[in-house]
Design a protein around this ligand. Structure first.
Ligand code: ADP
Ligand code: ADP
Length: 224
């Protein structure tokens, strides 16, 4: 079976993490989310975390020198040899170029880039109500997807917190960063015939059904 090398792209709060949990289960793919990697580094107080924190708190991208090497090294590991699911990387053209070059070197290529699109008003609504599991990053929403017990993660019982960058003043900065730096990737991957678009305003189940069907079709096409 050919490998599935997938990327999730979309504005903050589009539902990338929510869909990633489901896609991972469907296809048994290892999942690499640079936001989670960076937040763990901040919590663990590593050198990476210390350097990244100020950028994250200000809604900016961390410099490529801090994250590109970390991600490429993870993709080079044994876990990712049969495919991968990336979330939050690449986040700008320079990162997409670095990824393309690294894959080409080892004779691999991307299967598809899944764009989950939602308008800015919806981003604000979602991020201001998002609650995140302090341990593993599972996400909830106070209105759209509440946990069974308030403040506690259904999956591992850990505490739910509001991310520092989900505060209103940082949310608007993250949206500006997305439109300026990440959105150009849409055209970049469209030109390479890799982009697949999904309407992220539908329910999580509808978005998931659509993504799963698209991936299944891509696999079939690849097998023919
Ligand atoms: P991202 O990883 O793209 O930042 P998340 O998956 O963390 O986004 O989702 C952001 C917030 O929106 C979370 O609170 C999540 O529960 C909620 N959410 C995710 N998908 C949907 C959806 N299709 N409809 C409504 N709310 C959603
Ligand atoms: P979102 O919910 O916006 O999708 P993430 O969890 O992916 O957020 O990212 C949180 C923060 O981590 C970003 O605002 C940015 O500061 C940093 N970050 C994550 N991935 C990258 C990346 N590939 N390049 C630079 N910075 C990143």
């Amino acid at each position: 079976m050919s490998e599935l090398n997938l990327i999730l792209v979309g504005p903050p709060g589009a539902g990338k993490g929510t869909q990633a949990e489901r896609i991972q289960q469907d296809f048994g793919l290892p999942y690499f989310a640079t936001g989670n990697i960076l937040r763990k580094a901040v919590t663990d107080g590593t050198e990476l975390g210390k350097q990244a924190k100020a950028y994250m708190d200000d809604g900016k991208l961390v410099p490529d020198e801090l994250i590109v090497g970390v991600l490429l090294e993870a993709l080079d590991g044994a876990e990712a040899t049969d495919g991968f699911l990336l979330d939050g990387f690449p986040r700008k053209i320079s990162q997409a170029d670095a990824l393309a070059e690294a894959l080409e070197k080892v004779g691999r290529k991307l299967t598809a880039v899944l764009l989950i699109d939602v308008p800015d008003e919806e981003v604000i609504r979602r991020l201001s109500g998002r609650r995140t599991c302090a341990k593993n990053g599972h996400t909830y929403h106070v209105d759209f997807d509440p946990p069974k017990h308030e403040g506690v993660c259904d999956q591992d019982g850990s505490k739910l917190i509001q991310r520092d960058d989900d505060k209103p003043e940082v949310i608007s900065k993250r949206l500006v960063t997305y439109h300026d730096e990440t959105e150009p990737l849409v055209e970049y991957y469209e030109a390479r015939d890799l982009l697949r678009r999904f309407d992220g305003t539908r329910t999580p189940t509808e978005v998931h059904d659509h993504i799963r069907a698209t991936i299944a079709t891509l696999r079939l096409e690849d097998a023919i």
